[in-house]
Design a protein around this ligand. Structure first.
Ligand SMILES: Nc1nc2c(ncn2[C@@H]2O[C@H](COP(=O)(O)OP(=O)(O)OP(=O)(O)O)[C@@H](O)[C@H]2O)c(=O)[nH]1
Ligand SMILES: [Mg+2]
Length: 218
């Protein structure tokens, strides 16, 4: 039943914490045991681990037991933030009904924040803006919140979620917001699954090409 499915991409400027947030979501859903868990676990290509940069979107299916005692399937895609890999973001958003737009509290709105938000809106994806890295001392989120509300007027009268993907602060509230406020897939279940898996195949088929490209870049 698609009512308890959330197809979700995490989008952001480079280094704003998408892969770290993916780790926390994987933990919150017990998808991978704590023994097997490691930082930025979805960045499994050697080149990604060497440089701390995501180059290839990754999808992972998680089951979340919400406070209302219902189970939700959270199909999560961690996308790259580097402008060279924007194609991956577009494909990921095509398969998603929702996107977490993650904003680093120390950096604010940046070029890829805006570019990815534009793609998401164009594709009709529901955007959930979230401010990350609130564990860092001395940050002031007021200006970022005002900017977010200008870019996403639907949040004008709502609090913007603030989290630390590193320490886990705010992750439970984020998970509950995902299941309560974000959208289930519209329409036919079989068609949705087909689209999801086709997108995964497309994403994975590009990996060899990216490894080749990166060997030229780094
Ligand atoms: N202090 C602090 N650091 C964080 C937080 N979230 C992520 N980081 C750090 O920020 C850096 C980048 O994190 P990533 O999760 O790799 O960022 P990303 O958005 O996936 O990066 P790309 O995929 O390359 O765009 C790492 O050093 C993380 O440890 C946070 O909440 N607080
Ligand atoms: Mg990443």
């Amino acid at each position: 039943m698609s009512k308890n499915i959330r197809n979700l991409a995490i989008i952001a400027h480079i280094d704003h914490g998408k892969s770290t947030l993916s780790d926390r979501i994987i933990e919150a859903t017990n998808t991978i045991s704590s023994r097997e868990m490691e930082d930025q676990i979805l960045d499994d290509l050697q080149v990604e681990r060497d440089h701390g940069v995501t180059v290839k979107a990754r999808a992972i299916q998680n089951t979340y037991l919400a406070d209302n005692n219902e189970k939700y399937e959270i199909n999560l895609i961690d996308t790259p933030g580097h402008v060279d890999f924007q194609d991956e973001v577009t494909k990921s958003l095509t398969a998603s009904d929702n996107a977490i737009l993650l904003i680093d509290a120390t950096q604010g709105i940046e070029a890829q924040t805006l570019a990815n938000l534009r793609i998401g809106k164009k594709l009709g994806v529901k955007i959930l803006p979230v401010i990350n890295k609130v564990d860092i001392a001395g940050i002031n989120t007021h200006k970022i919140e005002t900017e977010i509300k200008t870019l996403c007027p639907e949040y004008q009268n709502r609090d913007i979620l603030k989290i630390s993907a590193k320490t886990g602060v705010g992750i439970h509230e984020l998970m509950e917001t995902v299941v309560l406020n974000l959208l289930p897939p519209a329409g036919n279940d079989k068609k949705n699954y087909l689209l999801w898996f086709l997108t995964l195949i497309m994403i994975h088929s590009k990996v060899l090409f990216y490894i080749f490209e990166l060997s030229m870049v780094f």
